[in-house]
Design a protein around this ligand. Sequence first.
Ligand code: NAP
Ligand code: MG
Length: 400
Amino acid sequence: MQKIEMKTPLVEMDGDEMTRVLWKMIKESLILPYVDLKTEYYDLGLVFRERTHDKVTTDAANAVKRLGVGVKCATITPNEGRMSEYHLSEKYKSPNGTIRAILDGTVFRAPILIPSIKPAVRSWKKPIIIARHAYGDVYRCTEFRVPSKGKAELLFTADTGECTRQTIYDFEGPGVIQGMYNKDSSIASFARSCLNFAVSMKMDLWFSAKDTISKIYDQRFRDIFDEVYQNEFRQKFEENNLTYFYTLIDDAVARVIRSEGGFIWACKNYDGDVMSDMVSTAFGSLAMMSSVLVSPDGNYEYEAAHGTVTRHYYRYLNGERTSTNPVATIFAWSGALAKRGEKDNLPDLVQFGHRIEKAVLDTLNDGIMTKDLCSLSEDNEKEPVYTDEFLSAVKARLES
Ligand code: NAP
Ligand code: MG
């Protein structure tokens, strides 16, 4: 059989632990036999990050900027334990954070649905994709523990030297203060990424915040979304019969629960952090959640939403066969290949991406699944398969 040709290479970012093991298995069984794979390879595994003092992460992110599409394996974000485990000279930042900062991107998380796993919310029939603004707010705030009675003020000094001063609170005793910020440019990028993604997915876009209470901060988010929509996207939305609307976060939560799904929900940074965990848990499993980072200028980075599945890795190192779910990582590859095909005008590559996904769904629908899914499935007679057995079952369906 002739292999499917590629033009531009994919940016391939390898990772850590069990997902690194899955990465190799997926490539060898589902991709290399069928695609004349071209990649620019970056090893984001912690060992090589240490060797390059994390330069490899920056290089990989810049490569995605240059080439347009990347696929990333899960990676360790080091904590104290990892510092000694990997003999690190520095506590490196989260690779995802570094990549997001360079691409100025928004993360979209989408569940992979199968009929035998019912969402905890009965009305949900279609995926709900959460778009989280990944910059600023409480994640970059300045905090202060007020020790005693005193006056807290908000002071802004303009470049010209002009000052604006407002009282936050006249403290009669100890308390706490938090100062946070966001930038018009980052909010506009976020809006553009969400609106672009909605058009490319042909899905409605909801945006929620709390402008009734936060009359300047959240109002600014609302206004910028509206401006970008009116000036750059309204026509595209109308042509595609799509809707964009803003609503209060509390109203959005109520509507989401009553909905059938099938839309993109854009959230501010903190709301997105919390709501994406709620939505992914209600849809089933983190191992069935895919994730794509989209930059405002249209670069894409695909990955699984879960981590490196450490506990399974230690069992693997002990020589055990594990039943680790490779679905989200396969979907990262299929999504990246299809997007590469779309950008390079290679219909065969696009179709191959879709075919892998269909083979995975067919396998799951035939009742062949890893341990994490068996426990969620309606049919609790199911016997879990090992990862390699699952991949062989997918391969068999891909070939037929
Ligand atoms: P995790 O790797 O997602 O695993 C948490 C637990 O969820 C696992 O122990 C496993 O449960 C289950 N699980 C997750 N993915 C699974 C899969 N594909 N198949 C089967 N079960 C799965 O999260 P973590 O343990 O919090 O983090 C481990 C490492 O991953 C950390 O070093 C962290 O920094 C990193 N991390 C990376 C990313 C990323 O690169 N995007 C994201 C999150 C975390 P059982 O053990 O009960 O089977
Ligand atoms: Mg979270």
